[in-house]
Design a binder for this molecule. Structure first.
Ligand code: CTP
Ligand code: MG
Length: 233
């Protein structure tokens, strides 16, 4: 089985957070990484792919002007479409998803954090290949550390078996209709990623082993790590 058809994927990049943990006065996504805004790296890695036909960025009303200005000064193979995101990441993804027609040219949707600038071409190949089998596939990496659960009440901790435990990454790729169905059933119940909503439908989500270097920039030190990885390559 080959990869996905050209332009058959709509990419959604949630970018409407405010970067509280990063702690800068402006959105962390505007921080410079090797001379370009962090978000531009994430968008470019997807835009370069033949499979991607649309790029939809969910941004906050506050940041829209800056995003538009920065988008106009970089050259990308695809135009960036902006939608206004919501209070939670899920709301932002939902609003972008509303722009995608089930009967349209894109039958797949790839949700990718704008804060993950290092996703590799190899990992994109793998997840785009895998999704054809089940209609839902996500990049993930096996947990390597020892996991502890705090017991509370002065009882200390216990060790959690890490066998079969993975950390979810992005992109998370789905058939458009499947993700729409999952979001329609969401009803505000908390979920920390898109795949969780699909799991709730009882639909299998395939884990595709990706590189742990596909890190999400959360704290300022993550930016230095990302820079080191970029400059090594
Ligand atoms: N995001 C979004 N809409 C929100 C919250 C987050 O689109 N209401 C986006 C962020 O912009 C980011 C991605 O979801 O690209 C992952 O979220 P996270 O890393 O938590 O970013 P922030 O929410 O901005 O950071 P923090 O949680 O530290 O405030
Ligand atoms: Mg957040």
């Amino acid at each position: 089985m080959g990869g996905l058809k050209e332009r058959s994927v709509a990419a959604i990049l949630p970018a409407a957070g405010s970067g509280q943990r990063f702690g800068d006065s402006k959105n962390k996504l505007f921080s410079s990484l090797n001379g370009d805004p962090l978000w531009v790296h994430s968008v470019r890695r997807l835009a370069m792919r033949a499979e991607i036909g649309r790029l939809i960025l969910a941004v906050s009303e506050h940041d829209l002007g800056d995003f538009q200005e920065q988008a106009s000064s970089v050259s990308l193979p695809l135009p960036v479409e902006f939608v206004i995101g919501g209070a939670e990441r899920m709301d932002s993804v939902q609003r972008a998803l509303d722009q995608i027609d089930t009967e349209g040219q894109q039958s797949w949707v790839a949700v990718h954090d704008a804060a993950r600038p290092l996703v590799s071409a190899d990992d994109l190949d793998k997840v785009f290949l895998a999704v054809q089998q089940t209609g839902a596939a996500i990049l993930a990496t096996p947990v390597s550390g020892t996991l502890k659960r705090e017991l509370g009440g002065g009882l200390g901790s216990e060790t959690v078996d890490r066998e079969g435990i993975w950390m979810a990454l992005t992109p998370q790729v789905f058939r458009v209709g499947l993700l729409k169905q999952a979001y329609a059933k969401h009803n505000g119940r908390p979920a920390t990623d898109d795949a969780q909503l699909v799991e709730r439908l009882g639909h299998a989500v395939q884990l595709v082993k990706g590189s742990a270097e596909n890190l999400k920039i959360t704290f300022p030190e993550d930016l230095s790590i990302a820079e080191a990885i970029l400059n090594r390559k």
